[in-house]
Design a protein around this ligand. Structure first.
Ligand code: NAD
Length: 547
């Protein structure tokens, strides 16, 4: 059966059509129940149905079918149940969905552009049925979450990210375009699956890769305009920073793995500065990162920018950030220091150089950081000794274990509190349950979820029609997120606001991004005097998905 209203996810109201709507659209007899239900009733029914499903993958597939059938119900359900549904439509479930993408029965969503379509990327883009695209999330899927190269199966990631743009930022789904650039896949097991949906070939590299990327970027800008946001997502390390550097000043683009993470990481640190017993000026801190990949380098770069804003010279600011990678402490004169880490390779004494590769504990003793940030994917690397040492050096040690998923976290919330005499200021990449301390207090560890940042940045871009996303916009986003944390939350050990208020948070961040766009003269739309509540209610952009 094909009915113009029922087969349109945007128009379909399934069990909520009023009798008048049924008559008007010739739906009488085609839909049930006899008595139309309210949106709230249907959300409740959906949540109940989810609870009856056996595992997270079934819930993911169920939700994707709801989305393909009835957009209003899907987004209203997510907006009303952010904490419950976020993990089902994005991390951690989306990782498993991507691994099994070729075998699952998921309704089609997104645009796959293959390297075999080189020379006619513009024609493939023109196949996308929507013309008013304002936000693209694009991935070449070389590094999907912590799962490696999943090739064309990675579509779950751009789709999921954009669902959060809509659910948490209110950006209408028809303005969002998820794209996978299928440039091959180097994971044998992925390609050996007879159901694999992607190209059966190794990844292209070098000029061939760069030319294809350039063709895609040019075609996207030509078709959707200079202020269409292009978010790079889950590119491999060798391409992520390089592409960002190449396009950041030419395009309205950003990389969430690097810059979104940086903003959410910095926001948590800024909140920590408000805790009693912590030096309140960023300048008085020394950060030690375990892991020198996209996340670590991104956070450190934004810390440097925040310090520069306080009047610290770049050279001095860089010296506040130290890195330990898989070979030990990164220092000036060490072999194998990649370009991305070079700015953070500082001079050390011979004795420090000597302990540099003898384990994190020795490095902590030598560097004496005020904050330890885990972005290494090495579970348990913040050992009892390391946490204890941090608590020896600092009255209130900042310990952020940001690696995902939970199984890769550098330490648990409980360990951070237990081994620091309950003095650690803890945040994590994956959610941890509350921890009851010996003195009866209950700590509620905050999760540095990127969803705090990117929907608001996207909304700010959309409202201001900025033509680029300079780093200072991410700094503004981090500042704003931090100011939204209530004193009571800080007292409970939580460095982030409540996830259930994401629509409010995104509106506040959008306003800050608009103001920064205006300050820099990058806005094409008039954004003077924007009101957060009006942004929240979708009053500047009629038809936003508000709830
Ligand atoms: P990445 O692969 O780019 O970087 C990982 C880094 O860890 C690499 O530099 C690697 O050399 C280093 N490493 C590996 N083994 C090590 C060891 N034994 N000791 C020290 N360093 C070691 O990954 P990424 O994008 O930087 O992400 C890192 C982690 O941070 C992931 O688990 C990711 O899920 C998490 N992350 C969290 C957030 C968040 O909390 N919002 C955001 C982004 C990433």
């Amino acid at each position: 059966m094909s009915h113009p209203v029922l087969s349109s996810a945007r128009a379909n109201r399934t069990r909520r059509f009023s009798h008048a709507e049924r008559e008007k659209n010739n739906l009488t007899g085609l839909v049930h129940p006899a008595h139309p239900r309210t949106l709230q009733h249907e959300i409740h029914r959906l949540i109940t149905a989810l609870q009856g499903l056996p595992d997270s993958l079934s819930r993911y597939q169920f939700l994707m079918h709801v989305l393909a059938n009835d957009e209003q119900l899907f987004f209203a359900a997510v907006q009303n149940n952010v904490r419950k549904l976020l993990p089902m439509i994005y991390t951690p479930t989306v990782g498993e969905a991507c691994q099994k993408y070729s075998d699952l029965h998921i309704p089609l969503r997104g645009l796959w552009i293959g390297i075999d379509q080189r020379g006619r990327v513009d024609q493939v883009l023109a196949n996308w049925p929507e013309t008013d695209v304002r936000a693209i999330v694009v991935s070449d899927c070389e590094r999907i979450l912590g799962l490696g190269d999943l090739g064309a199966n990675g579509m779950g990631i751009p789709v999921g990210k954009l669902l959060l743009y809509s659910a948490c930022g209110g950006i209408r789904p028809e303005h969002c375009l998820p794209i996978v650039l299928d440039v091959g896949c180097n994971t044998r097991s992925v390609r050996e699956n007879e159901n694999y949906i992607g190209l059966d070939r190794d990844r292209v590299t070098g000029d061939e890769y760069d030319d294809f990327m350039e063709e895609f970027i040019n075609a996207a800008v030509k078709r959707f305009g200079k202020s269409c946001l292009i978010q790079f997502e889950d590119f491999g390390n060798s391409n992520a920073l390089r592409l960002l550097k190449k396009y950041r000043n030419k395009l309205c683009c950003f990389n969430d793995d690097i810059q979104g993470t940086a903003a959410v990481g910095l926001a948590g640190i800024l909140t920590a500065l408000r805790v009693d017993g912590v030096a309140s000026s960023l300048e008085d801190h020394r950060f030690l990162f375990l892991g020198a990949g996209s996340a670590g380098i991104g956070i450190a770069r934004l810390i440097v920018l925040a310090l520069q804003r306080e009047g610290i010279e770049e050279e001095e600011a860089l010296k506040k950030c130290w890195f330990v990678d898989s070979r030990g402490l990164v220092y000036n004169g060490r072999e194998n220091v990649s370009e991305a880490k070079r700015d953070f390779a500082h001079d050390v004494s011979p004795s420090v150089a000597q302990v540099g590769n003898s384990g994190l504990l020795q490095v902590v003793k030598a560097i004496k950081p005020t904050a330890l940030v885990g972005v290494s994917t090495i579970a348990g690397s913040f050992t009892e000794d390391v946490i204890h040492e941090m608590a020896e050096i600092n009255e209130r040690p900042i310990i952020f274990a940001l690696s995902n998923p939970t199984s890769k976290s550098e330490c648990t919330a409980e360990e951070a509190y237990k081994y620091s005499d309950s003095r650690a200021i803890f945040a994590s990449g994956s959610p941890f349950p509350s921890v009851k301390l010996g003195d009866g207090r209950t700590m509620v560890p905050g999760q540095g979820n990127n969803a705090y940042i990117f929907p608001g940045v996207g909304l700010g871009v959309l409202l201001s029609q900025t033509t680029s996303v300079p780093e200072s916009m991410l700094l503004a986003a981090a500042d704003t997120l931090s100011t939204l944390v209530e004193v009571e939350q800080i007292d409970a050990g939580c460095m982030y606001p409540d996830l259930s208020s994401l629509l409010d948070i995104s509106a506040a961040i959008a306003k800050a991004v608009c103001e920064e766009a205006q300050r820099l003269g990058l806005n094409q739309a008039d954004v003077s005097g924007l009101d957060v509540n009006k942004i929240r209610q979708g009053m500047y952009e009629p038809g936003r998905l508000m709830n």
